[in-house]
Design a binder for this molecule. Structure first.
Ligand code: SF4
Length: 404
């Protein structure tokens, strides 16, 4: 039996790949719920969880040197995040049974109401009723992440979102009344035709609701999405880079002036309300992913499950834990991942901490590659701490690509 002192904290992510319909910009792994047996899917997730985290953890694929029994021994989830897709599109009995099974595995010997685990469920406004929200609270969910994306109905319609701003406000207020004090709201900026004034209006309307956390992402026009096709065929204007950069600057100034801490490139939190689950990703910590297309990072290995629902269910029902893509992670890769992920945060990376883990020479070599960005004001370096400046955060992809 694993002794308590050998237990290693990790995040637990569960992917629910179902939505009412596909949004026009979406390239996530999500499918129309009406085509699937969601009860069977949820049972498969529980089965997978028992194989990976249950008391008789068992990997039934041959130990190929990458993923082995040792990879899953001793992990102890300290955060849970059910994402999607839209988890709350599931009937409340199905999501509720899944949540109950998760608690049984995560805190087998304790009452979940007495533990300090951040338990997030992603939700969309059109799926939230008073009963649904009360049930989630009763089951121990203590954080909601609600997808809003825009406060203007013309953009919600462009994005193919099945809700209005008023519906969002109603759901948000119901969530607060149901006892949720930790609510994150997602917004997207840089929409085709969106002006700086409209974006500022989005920010001020959301700030007025005082959520504990706000995530703001620049629109990504991914190939194959309906929205990118609209832009490519000139039916919608392409968002201009300079305008998008101005929107980012405004986001940082409006939200920080409103009391939010800018703790990651796209994330803002009221003091002490940073998302612990996502911080673990940015600190390059371990996590287990369950469900289709879920990813995991364990000791020396990363893997991802298949994105096909039927294939996933069939494998798990047969008692086979067989991720689709398994990749060894060398110490050099762990170091570069720690750099890339850490630079996303306001704290940045601490060279001394990294040197203790990976050795001084490789850390100094990576830090050296950032020096030219220090000279042009995109990176700051002081007392062994390296971080991106606000301008550097806008150009983070370019900096990471140049560096690694
Ligand atoms: S709700 Fe989210 S996951 Fe579902 S289709 Fe829209 S963007 Fe994609």
């Amino acid at each position: 039996m694993t002794s308590v002192d050998r237990l290693e904290p990790c995040g637990l992510y569960i992917h629910i790949p179902f939505c009412l319909r596909k949004c026009s910009y979406c390239d996530f792994v999500s499918y129309r719920i009406s085509s699937y047996d969601t009860a069977r899917y949820c049972s498969a997730v529980v089965r997978e969880m028992q194989l990976v985290l249950g008391s008789s953890r068992r990997i039934s694929v041959a130990d190929d040197g990458l993923l082995s029994q040792a990879s899953i021994e001793g992990l102890r989830p300290t955060t849970v995040y059910i994402g999607g897709g839209t988890p709350t599109v599931l009937p409340v009995e199905q999501l509720g049974a899944l949540i109950t099974s998760i608690w049984r595995v995560v805190v087998p010997h304790q009452d979940y109401s007495e533990c300090d685990i951040e338990f997030t469920v992603e939700a969309n406004p059109e799926t939230l009723s008073e009963e649904y929200l009360s049930e989630l609270r009763r089951l121990g969910v203590n954080r909601l992440s609600i997808g809003l994306q825009s406060t203007m109905d013309k953009y919600l319609s462009m994005l193919g979102r099945p809700h209005s701003f008023d519906e969002f406000v109603k759901s948000y207020r119901l969530a607060v009344q149901s006892g949720f004090h930790n609510i994150s709201v997602d917004l997207i900026y840089g929409l085709p035709g969106q002006t700086l004034e409209e974006w500022r209006e989005d920010l001020s309307r959301v700030v007025e609701l005082t959520p504990s956390h706000i995530s703001c992402y620049a629109l990504t026009l991914s190939d194959g999405t309906a929205l990118s096709e609209e832009v490519r065929s000139f039916r919608l204007p392409e968002p201009q880079e300079d305008l998008v950069a101005d929107m980012y600057h405004d986001t940082v100034s409006v939200l920080t002036e409103s009391g939010y801490c800018h703790y990651e490139i796209s994330n803002f939190a009221a003091p002490g309300m940073e998302c612990k689950h996502n911080m673990n990703y940015w600190l390059n910590g371990y996590y287990v992913g369950l469900g289709v297309a879920a990813h995991a990072h364990l000791r020396g290995v990363r893997y991802a499950n298949t994105a096909e629902v039927e294939r996933y269910i069939n494998r798990v029902e047969a008692g086979i834990f067989m991720p689709e893509h398994v990749e060894a992670v060398s110490p050099a890769r762990e170091l570069s991942d720690s750099f890339i992920l850490g630079l996303r945060t306001a704290r940045g990376v601490n060279l001394k901490e990294l040197a203790e883990r990976f050795g001084e020479a490789p850390v100094a070599e990576l830090a050296g590659r950032l020096e030219r960005f220090v000279d042009i004001g995109l990176v700051e370096s002081s007392e062994g701490q390296i971080r991106l400046t606000e301008q550097g955060m806008i150009l983070s992809n370019e900096i990471m690509a140049e560096v690694l």
